[in-house]
Write a protein that binds this ligand. Structure first.
Ligand SMILES: [Zn+2]
Length: 282
């Protein structure tokens, strides 16, 4: 993957190095650990975060010094800017010019969002209430260290997946699913989450199909993304966390499913191929 031919997004909000303080009673260390564990288990912690912030919103203060990034962080940031810019090009075309881009917030450790306080331990997430993707670039170090997935295109896949959630929000799918989940039992609610996540993977693939010539994607890049999709499937995450697999609590889909839906998007380049809600075969 060569980012030099790509378009850089300007929809970036750089909050790195800003200090975050709690107003009033804060989220306890125990609370933060629980959120981290939920995320590792593949459970979306955002519903819990909403509860956390009602008690104690965080405030941001500009640091005294501008944030000094390492050479590695510069590389990650450049990839993130180009991938976001390229998703804007793809979805702008697919939405016929009616696409409202998401903003990407770069932060370190902790930051406020309209969905609650973002914690680096949660990994990247999308908040529909403010239409922002939250990313602590150190997640890419973790992806490499914990899951053995590295390379620019592996990082690109992670970002394109979050942008996929933004597309679901713009399409109204996210709201519909949220309503259905509230009336569903636990197992069915989980299944809806899995379908939602696999569609975001498929949308990441649709983007990759479109951006491939501009970013000169190679077979090796595709393998990197597949490895990342494989590495962060719920079955793998659960096996690492508790040593066995509990299919009912999957909220992102198995490694095999994630890989397959990413490929459906990549091969077709067509968002209509990503109807994970109507398919019998996930
Ligand atoms: Zn997701």
């Amino acid at each position: 993957m060569d980012i030099r031919g790509g378009r850089r997004s300007s929809n970036i909000e750089d909050r790195r190095g800003m200090r975050v303080g709690r107003t009033g009673a804060g989220l306890s260390i125990g609370g933060i650990v629980i959120l981290g564990v939920l995320t590792l288990l593949g459970i979306n912690p955002l519903p819990f975060l909403g509860l956390a912030t009602k008690e104690a919103p965080v405030e941001m203060q500009q640091g005294e010094q501008p944030y000094q990034e390492s050479a590695q962080e510069t590389e990650y940031r450049q990839v993130a800017e180009v991938v976001l810019g390229e998703t804007e090009a793809t979805w702008g075309r697919l939405f016929g010019g009616q696409y409202t881009p998401a903003t990407m917030v770069l932060y370190t450790e902790m930051t406020p969002s309209a969905c609650g306080t973002g914690q680096a331990a949660m990994g990247p997430f999308y908040c529909p209430s403010d239409q922002k993707v939250y990313l602590d670039l150190s997640f890419f170090d973790d992806l490499q260290a914990k899951f053995g997935a590295s390379g620019d295109f592996a990082y690109a896949y992670v970002i394109a997946h979050e942008v996929g959630h933004h597309v679901q929000h713009l399409q109204g799918t996210a709201d519909q699913v949220q309503q259905m989940r509230q009336q569903a039992g636990q197992a069915q609610a989980n299944e809806l989450s899995v379908r939602m996540e696999l569609q975001a993977d498929c949308y990441a693939g649709v983007w990759a199909h479109d951006a491939a010539p501009r970013l000169q994607l190679t077979d090796e890049d595709i393998s990197e993304a597949m490895l990342a999709a494989n590495a962060i499937g719920d079955d793998r995450l659960q096996r690492q966390a508790q040593g066995f697999v509990v299919p009912d609590s999957f909220t992102h889909g198995s490694s095999e499913q994630r890989r397959r839906w990413l490929k459906v998007g990549m091969d077709s380049g067509d968002p209509r191929a990503c109807d994970t809600f109507r398919t019998q075969q996930l």
